[in-house]
Design a binder for this molecule. Structure first.
Ligand code: ADP
Length: 250
């Protein structure tokens, strides 16, 4: 689904991504691991249109998407989760979900009286969708809670929920398990697996928790020094000498 070919991202003379080539297969939950500074986040940002690459190519289902901005990728249903922005912290969980899809009739237009019925219909549809997402993620009970009051793990669930408001095809998750307690980590893992199996979502996730990766990801791609070092199942990766060396060397 996503093919990355010889991507470089240099910051001045520093090669954060130094010729990365990899493929994310449709329907997979692909893990991206590697020591700190390996270039994982930078590569994510290049694929998701946050940073333009210095050189190289990224395609999605055969189409060249190299350097396309996030809002264009959003329309292709390629999403990267982002932390809930500070200014949304005082809004409820449900309102945060309803903020996601753009292009409603009221946006950027004078809401003339004859448009009101249409806006009301769209709001009802959004509300229904938000309630479905809350139910799917088993966070109904949090719908009226201010997003700013959520725990770290609950915020991660809300970030995942926002991708469901637009029926994503492929979602890039950046350390969704960082600092999350085991119970919530299991809930997040279950949600990812169900989205993958029941709704056909493809995922690519940067993660450090090996148990979490082992439960969810196949294949696992290992990056080191801006390049892809190895790829395989979690067991193959754990027993790969070059991978062990890359981790021990840092
Ligand atoms: P990882 O996610 O694997 O830990 P990163 O992609 O965050 O790695 O970083 C790779 C390297 O690129 C690091 O050495 C980091 O300091 C450097 N780097 C990342 N972003 C920038 C930037 N905007 N300017 C300069 N150097 C950067």
């Amino acid at each position: 689904m996503i093919v990355v070919t010889d991507v470089h991202k240099h910051f001045g003379g520093f090669r954060a991504v130094d010729g990365a080539t990899l493929e994310i297969k449709e329907g997979s939950i692909t893990g991206l691991i590697g020591p700190n500074g390996a270039g994982k986040t930078t590569l994510f940002n290049v694929i998701a249109g946050v940073l333009p690459p210095t050189s190289g190519k990224v395609t999605m289902a055969g189409d060249d998407i190299t350097g396309l901005p996030p809002h264009t990728l959003f329309h292709k249903r390629l999403l990267r989760t982002f932390q809930i922005a500070h200014e949304f912290g005082s809004m409820s969980v449900r309102e945060n979900l309803m903020m996601v899809p753009g292009g409603q009739s009221g946006e950027g237009l004078m809401a003339a009286w004859f448009q009101r019925a249409r806006i009301a219909d769209e709001e009802r549809a959004l509300l229904k969708k938000a309630d479905e997402v809350l139910d799917f993620l088993t966070i109904d009970h949090l719908k009226d809670e201010k997003a700013g009051n959520l725990s770290g793990g609950q915020k991660k669930l809300l970030e995942l929920g926002r991708t469901m408001m637009v029926d994503a095809k492929i979602v890039f998750l950046d350390e969704v398990g960082a600092g999350v307690n085991r119970t919530l980590l299991n809930t997040i893992g279950d949600a990812i697996l169900r989205l993958n199996r029941e709704r056909g979502y493809t995922f690519c996730m940067i993660e450090h928790d090996m148990d979490f990766i082992g439960r969810l990801c196949d294949p696992v791609i290992v990056m080191a020094e801006g390049k892809v070092l190895a790829q395989g199942t979690i067991d193959e990766i754990k027993n790969n000498d070059a991978v062990i060396e890359a981790y021990l060397g840092t």
